[in-house]
Design a binder for this molecule. Structure first.
Ligand code: S5P
Length: 450
């Protein structure tokens, strides 16, 4: 028996891989589940593993070792002790006080750091970790991974110029376990089928608007989904214009093609009660909702005042509003039962809405009964509708940090429900024609993503 096989069998007995039916974090049902954390319970196996990983990197030159938290932390520690190369510790999130650093340990700008990861799937979390480590001034060139689930992660990193070495692929693991009678043929076939289908197509099917109508029972969700199916549109036009005249003209031109008109009402220089009356008239005639993108971000009491009072009296006319969830769940009670769209992730370059923020923001959004949708640049749980701004057929951003995706991409990759398009429509010479185009492309992209 080869040393690698011996290691794998011992690790298998420790419980690092289980077979059966498991629902992963992403909602995918997988016939196996891998968790390398139990390895820390066997000093002997951890030592063997660390030596394997160091051997893989024999040719590389690096001055520091860093494990992606948490599973790879003990691996990186043992590698550091065995090789004499210093360890640095990466935090999962910064502690918010003191040094606020994401990396702990002694290091200097430009040092080369070897990253250690336990399992790679799509590569998303490694890409994030690399960015965080590089942000602290270190250079990442070499990455060593214990297990590759063969779902595109390695290719993604290689394309970006990183050297990635892996100890095992999932197919190798399956073959070894089969060879030593830990798996029978039927199980192997099932796993192979899963792995093959997993590579070619996303496992989770997106829900259609009809299906969403059955589960997203909030009144505003029902309204926007019904308009979508009636009009065959998932387009929200962002009307970021500065006068009542421009606003009403735009609403009239794009009205037939949209499910909602999104406003920043405080940028209208000549705002008055008539602005709203005219807007409501067009909205009724052309059957779309009024969506005020106020992005509230204060304590509940202030938000309530901002929502109900002042010159805009948003609560009296907006079918839905955007709000940050930064002030916590209770602050959202300010909006009564109205349609709240939570801002959980922003489209702009350098946004602070990293994956930790997004997961916490989604928790708040899901718990709040008046939140029916989220603004994000990634998938959200099916209890929420997903609105995605930063959509444009021209994918270059602007010079103030906006970043764009195409409609095809957001429907396919994020399972977006509604796209928000601003300058792609209103800044064009012919907004009507553009709205029609985005409506068509948006609808086709939605159908293709089903
Ligand atoms: O993350 C976000 C959230 C929003 S609501 N990124 C955004 O761009 N928005 C809004 O969408 C933004 O305020 C603007 O009104 C619209 C995008 O406009 P565009 O001209 O860049 O398409």
């Amino acid at each position: 028996m080869q040393p690698k096989e011996d290691f794998l069998l011992k690790a298998f007995h420790l419980g690092i891989i289980k077979f059966g039916t498991f629902t992963l974090k992403s909602g995918i049902e997988s016939p196996f589940y891998v968790d390398l954390r139990p390895l820390a319970s066997s000093p002997e196996l951890l030592k063997t593993l660390a030596n394997f990983l160091l051997e893989l990197e024999e040719e590389s030159s690096y001055e520091l070792i860093c494990g992606v938290p948490y599973a790879a932390l003990p691996m990186a520690t043992v590698m550091s002790i065995a090789s004499g190369i210093p360890l640095i510790i990466k935090r999962k999130e910064n502690k918010g006080y003191g040094t606020k650093r994401m990396l702990e340990g002694v290091f200097s700008d430009g040092q080369k750091c070897l990253l250690v990861e336990d399992v790679i799937t799509s590569g998303k979390s490694l890409v994030e970790t690399i960015a965080e480590v590089e942000r602290e001034g270190l250079k990442v060139q070499d990455i060593v991974v214990v297990l590759d689930r063969e779902q595109g992660g390695i290719e993604k990193l290689k394309k970006q110029g990183y050297h990635v070495r892996t100890l095992f692929t999932i197919n190798e693991v399956i073959n070894i376990l089969f060879k030593y009678n830990k798996l029978d043929k039927r199980e192997v076939t099932k796993i192979r089928e899963f792995l093959n289908s997993d590579i070619s197509a996303p496992k989770i099917k997106r829900l259609s608007y009809e299906e969403k109508l059955k589960i997203n029972t909030h009144e505003t969700a029902q309204k926007i989904l019904s308009i979508a199916t009636e009009k065959k549109s998932n387009l929200i036009c962002s009307a970021d214009v500065n006068t009542t005249k421009e606003l009403i003209e735009l609403a009239e031109k794009v009205g037939n093609h949209i499910v909602a008109l999104k406003t920043h009402i405080d940028i209208i220089t000549d705002f008055n009660d008539d602005t709203i009356k005219q807007l409501q008239k067009v909205a009724q005639e052309k059957n779309f909702l009024l969506f005020e993108d106020r992005k509230f971000a204060d304590i509940g009491n202030t938000q309530e005042n901002q929502y109900k009072k002042g010159i805009y009296k948003i609560s009296s006319w907006a079918d839905m509003i955007t709000s940050h969830v930064i002030a916590g769940e209770t602050s959202l009670k300010a909006f009564d039962s109205s349609g709240v769209v939570a801002i959980v992730e922003m489209s702009s370059k350098g946004t602070l809405t990293d994956s930790y923020y997004v997961s916490k923001a989604l928790e708040v959004a899901e718990k709040s009964p008046n939140v029916f949708a989220a603004v994000a640049q990634s998938s959200v749980p099916k209890s929420l509708l997903l609105f995605t701004p930063g959509v444009n057929l021209v994918t270059e951003g602007d010079n103030k940090g906006q970043q764009y995706n195409t409609p095809e991409r957001v429907f396919h990759e994020y399972h977006t429900d509604f796209i928000i398009v601003g300058r792609g429509i209103y800044a064009d010479e012919n907004p009507k024609e553009q709205a029609e185009k985005y409506q068509k492309i948006g609808w086709e992209s939605y159908l293709n993503s089903l």
